[in-house]
Design a protein around this ligand. Structure first.
Ligand code: SAM
Ligand code: SF4
Length: 335
């Protein structure tokens, strides 16, 4: 009898094959929905080294994880992070290495990321207006991100997807221009409903909340949308515009709960394994990594055991966006 390859299974029969890893809580932007203006970042001793991240990723792949997405904070502001991409790109058994970025460092790094084995890129873009871009990100420059998108297009990634958080009073009138921008460049795009993660200052999340249905109506007024069963292994529901390469996705944690088919877990930059984006259930893998350095079996066992902690789902509530569902900011959770 041949031994079955190991798998990660939670208590609800869901198989976990997708790990999202945050490699830093720091960022060169301060997006209004993600961070407060004044943020305190973690001291260096608390965050995992790149080597500890690589060991953890390797353990997950040995346990049957086939997709890893690197996120943050802004992953590309972490010093020497390209080393990690090269190490993960060479892992046997990992089918897909992906990155979520704000795009600001792509002019510098796009080509090397592709060479390291990154296949898919998600780039966040909420507006095409430089002034608005400055207001939403507080510190960012649109021009740099647009250069970043062009650098990525020139580097031959299999798929590039834009991520747009739809917000009333901020970018609701730009839904169609951003869709056109994506279509002209053969990019996919996902519209995200804002989630109540961490306290944000200076705004009430309820006022800006825009549901995926509202975004969809705005697009359908001009472009017919055909539902597809395509999936990229994430929470987006995809639609196609006939005659276009572009897929339009909706990430709708409030209006379309995707927990039933959840296949993913998250690792924070501090080495906390989070079993659900919207709940506090977690396992401290840093304690294992530093308590028994180099003990691969112990690390794998800790990961297997943690699966029993995965809850059935989150309970975000669009009418209660004024208070965070969890206190972690998105940059700490890893978006
Ligand atoms: N810095 C990178 C970026 O912006 O793409 C990666 C990390 S960021 C936390 C990942 C994604 O989370 C971004 O697309 C961002 O728009 C989204 N995001 C951040 N805070 C959010 C929130 N409160 N609700 C919904 N999406 C959020
Ligand atoms: Fe930085 Fe991304 Fe958060 Fe914006 S969404 S502040 S770019 S981590």
């Amino acid at each position: 009898m041949t031994a079955q390859p190991p798998v990660l299974m939670d208590g609800f029969g869901r198989r976990v094959t997708y790990l999202r890893m945050s490699v830093t809580d720091r960022c060169d932007f301060r997006c209004v929905y993600c961070m407060s203006e004044e943020m305190e970042f973690l001291p260096r001793t608390q965050i995992l080294s790149l080597e500890e991240m690589e060991q953890t990723a390797r353990a997950f792949v040995e346990l049957g994880v086939t997709k890893i997405r690197i996120t943050g904070g802004e992953p590309l502001v972490r010093r020497s992070v390209l080393q990690l991409f090269h190490a993960l790109g060479a892992l046997d058994g990992l089918r897909e290495l992906a990155l979520t970025t704000n795009g600001s460092q792509l002019p510098r790094y796009a080509e090397e990321l592709r060479r390291a084995g990154v296949r898919r890129l998600n780039i966040s873009l909420d507006t095409l207006d430089p002034e608005r871009f400055r207001r939403i990100t507080r510190t960012g420059r649109l021009e740099k991100v647009l250069y970043g998108i062009e650098a990525a297009r020139a580097s031959g990634f299999e798929r590039i997807k834009l991520n747009t958080v739809a917000m009333k009073g901020r970018n609701e009138d730009e839904i169609l221009p951003i869709v056109d921008f994506a279509m002209e460049r053969g990019l996919d795009i996902s519209f995200i409903e804002e989630m109540p993660l961490g306290a944000v200052d200076g705004r009430d999340r309820r006022e800006g909340f825009m549901s995926s249905n509202e975004v969809r109506e705005a697009i359908e007024a001009v472009h017919p949308l055909q539902p597809t069963t395509e999936s990229t292994g994430g929470p987006s529901r995809y639609f196609r515009i006939p005659g276009s390469e572009t897929r339009i996705g909706f990430i709708s944690p409030h209006t379309h709960n995707f927990c039933e088919s959840c296949n993913r877990v998250r690792l924070t930059v501090e080495g906390q394994l989070l079993l659900c984006l919207g709940q506090e259930h977690s396992k401290d893998l840093r304690a294992v990594l530093r308590g028994q350095p180099g003990d691969r079996e112990e690390l794998r066992q800790a990961i297997v055991d943690a699966m029993t902690l995965k809850p059935r789902g989150h309970d975000f509530d669009a009418t209660r966006m004024d208070r965070p569902a969890v206190l972690r900011h998105m940059n700490v959770t890893g978006g």
